[in-house]
Design a binder for this molecule. Structure first.
Ligand code: ADE
Length: 221
């Protein structure tokens, strides 16, 4: 898979993707990631890429010219073009799974008030938000999306099972609590059932715990 990230801040997008599991996936050739600075496509002598919103209002809007030039230069026939924006569809594990099957992602990062909507209509395949809050820029959101997608690429995780059994494999259920040694810590013990060796009972306990945890933390699921 190849991923191109178009942003005013390539370093912000790339920093979290340059360590640990994602860097190992890059080293293993599972994913080829490139950051691009939108200013490189500015025609302006000051490298401007934004202007005030038509109709008035606060903030600045990314102009269509540099975005059009950059996206058409980076996009190929098979590219899926994703815009990171708080106005997008809420990012779910199902999006990550679907995007992990693509061969080329071009991730466009919004900034300031947003991007000129003519670009959204003509060149963007889908708009994604990583949550109902507003970040300073979409590069942070792009890094989140890339992490979630790349870890699903075959070979990216050491233990392939961990990608299957975790939270959101069943999108309506969180994972059960987990424990490790020592068996007693600061007066608190690991639940007896997990030490019983009875795998059927452990599976049933985990299922009940998962349901209880979901009710408490995510009643919306
Ligand atoms: N840019 C700013 N906030 C964002 C969000 N919540 N998701 C995606 N991109 C964003």
């Amino acid at each position: 898979m190849r991923i191109d990230i178009l942003t005013l801040f390539p370093e912000i997008a790339l920093a979290p993707l340059s360590d640990s599991i994602i860097q190992r996936a890059r080293d293993a050739g599972l994913v080829d990631i490139h950051g691009h600075n939108l200013r490189d496509w500015s025609q302006d002598k000051h490298k401007r890429v934004d202007d005030s919103p038509c109709g008035g209002g606060p903030g600045m809007v990314l102009q269509p010219g540099p975005l059009h030039a950059a996206i058409t230069a980076l996009k190929k026939e098979s590219t899926r073009v994703v815009l990171m924006t708080p106005q997008g569809a809420p990012f779910k594990q199902a999006h990550a799974r679907r995007l992990s099957l693509e061969t080329h992602l071009l991730i466009v990062c919004g900034h300031y008030e947003g991007v000129d909507h003519r670009i959204v209509e003509s060149l963007i395949d889908e708009e994604i938000s990583i949550g109902d809050y507003v970040l300073t820029n979409g590069a942070i959101a792009a890094a989140v999306l890339c992490d979630a997608v790349i870890r699903l690429l075959p070979g990216a995780l050491g233990d392939a099972q961990s990608a299957i059994e975790e939270s959101f494999s069943d999108p309506n259920l969180l994972e059960a609590p987990c424990y490790t040694r020592p068996i007693e810590f600061d007066g608190m013990k690991v639940p007896e059932i997990l030490l019983s060796g009875n795998h059927a009972k452990i599976t049933e306990w985990r299922k009940q715990q998962a349901i209880a945890r979901t009710r408490q933390n995510r009643p919306d699921l």
